[in-house]
Every structure is written in structure tokens, then in C-alpha cells.
Design a protein around this ligand. Structure first.
Ligand code: ZN
Length: 172
């Protein structure tokens, strides 16, 4: 089932998501989130964006053509960022919850992460390139942070009226 996407302006996008327990069954939610992300042709989708305040996100790198990035669709439960590289890079980011807005955001180019996979097994990995970029964007969502929060005051002022228009369309 394709789920409706929560838009900027909704409170849930500003809330911190709690962890998922081993006995919670989020298989159906994960399947629906994957379908929703494919339908939107996005790279990532976090629980709060489909109105579920839980520590889950999906990353789809199947359309990322980058050396070192494995093309895959993965579900991440209870993700953590253990370490950040001090080298930072800019990338033009967008967000399914903030349609039509794309801005350059600076982030570390490499991160160490820990999460539980679809079998609830603990995994630790080093991510670089687009995988690191998407992971950080989605991880922010679980903390109630949006990519526009990482822009300069000036850039944020420039997109303020567009943001207000999106917030008016937000129904949840
Ligand atoms: Zn987003």
C-alpha cells in the first residue's frame, strides 16, 4: 500500500522518534514504506514522513550510479551514527516532505553507523558518498530535524515563502 507523505508544517516532522522493540512487528510498515519510496522515486523515507513516529527509515540506492555505493533497498531500524569524518562536502538535497525545494547542504562525507536490519540483527558499517548522505538526512528526520535547518539564515529567508505555501497544504 502506498502511504501518504506528511508535508512540512506537520508536528510529527518535528518530533523525536522512539526505538522499535524486538517484538514489534514493523514488516508490513517497511514493505509499505519501500513501495511509497519507489512510487515517489526518492532515495530515502523515514517513519515520521508517513506519520509513524518510530525509528525506522528506508534507503534506496538502486538509482545511484556511484563507485563504492551498492545498489540496494534497505530497511534500517533504530539507526545510530557512531562517528563522523571531519571532511565535509556539499550536496544538493531535497526531501519528499518539502517538495520543490533543493538546497546545498554540507555534511561529513563518511560516517560509522550501527542499526538493526530487517531480521533485527545488529549491523555496523562505514558509509561514504551518497549512502552516507542519505543516511544522515534520514537520521535527522528521526531527531525531528529537516535539511532546511542546516541552511544559512540567508538561504532560509529566501525559501521562507515557499515553505509557508507547503505548510498550508499540510493536513496532518
Ligand atoms: Zn527528507
Amino acid at each position: 500500500m502506498i502511504l501518504p507523505i506528511v508535508l512540512y508544517g506537520s508536528k510529527i516532522l518535528r518530533s523525536k522518534a522512539p526505538d522499535i522493540g524486538r517484538d514489534d512487528n514493523f514488516t508490513e510498515l517497511a514493505e509499505n514504506m519501500i513501495l511509497t519510496l519507489k512510487n515517489q522515486q526518492g532515495y530515502g523515507l523515514a517513519g515520521p514522513q508517513v506519520n509513524v513516529l518510530k525509528n525506522i527509515f528506508i534507503i534506496d540506492t538502486t538509482s545511484v550510479n556511484e563507485e563504492g555505493t551498492e545498489p540496494a533497498v534497505k530497511t534500517y531500524f533504530n539507526p545510530e551514527i557512531l562517528d563522523y569524518n571531519t571532511d565535509e562536502v556539499y550536496y544538493n538535497e531535497g526531501c519528499l516532505s518539502i517538495p520543490g525545494i533543493y538546497e546545498d547542504v554540507i555534511r561529513p562525507d563518511k560516517i560509522e553507523v550501527r542499526y538493526r536490519d530487517e531480521n533485527f540483527d545488529v549491523k555496523e558499517e562505514t558509509l561514504g558518498g551518497m549512502a552516507a548522505r542519505i543516511f544522515q538526512h534520514e537520521y535527522d528526520h528521526l531527531q525531528g530535524i529537516l535539511f532546511i535547518d542546516r541552511l544559512s539564515v540567508l538561504r532560509k529567508k529566501m525559501i521562507n515563502s515557499k515553505l509557508k505555501q507547503i505548510a498550508r497544504r499540510s493536513i496532518i
